[in-house]
Design a protein around this ligand. Structure first.
Ligand SMILES: [Zn+2]
Length: 122
């Protein structure tokens, strides 16, 4: 009976460990999302002093900030057929595109913004 009790205790501890690992993974996910959110001025309400976007008529990239804010931002080639609300969409340059992609922003499968970047013809 003693051995059985010890075994149950071990099982409970292993179960507790699995739960804690899941919690940790979730917290890490929240941290990534928060970093991503903070990296996007459209989400933090900062205005002005935006980097100059591509010249009018030139193609480039845009970032769309969906609601709720915990959803990752989406990256598109400017003029992508996927329509995004203009008030939550802003133009970005190559550097920001790369940075947001590294941080885990969603890449549009229609326009494939990184493929577009690699091809050198935005
Ligand atoms: Zn797109």
């Amino acid at each position: 009976m003693v051995a059985e009790g010890a075994s149950e205790r071990l099982e409970r501890l292993l179960f507790l460990r699995r739960v804690q690992l899941q919690e940790l993974a979730r917290t890490d996910r929240w941290i990534r999302q928060e970093r991503l959110r903070l990296s996007d001025p459209a989400r933090t309400g900062e205005r002005g002093a935006r980097p100059a976007g591509p010249a009018m008529g030139a193609r480039g990239w845009v970032v769309f900030t969906p609601e709720p804010v915990l959803d990752p931002p989406q990256l598109h080639v400017a003029g992508c057929g996927v329509r995004t609300p203009p008030e939550r969409t802003r133009r970005i340059g190559q550097e920001e595109l790369t940075r947001l992609a590294e941080l885990g922003a969603t890449l549009c499968t229609e326009c494939d913004p990184l493929q577009n970047l690699r091809s050198g013809r935005p």
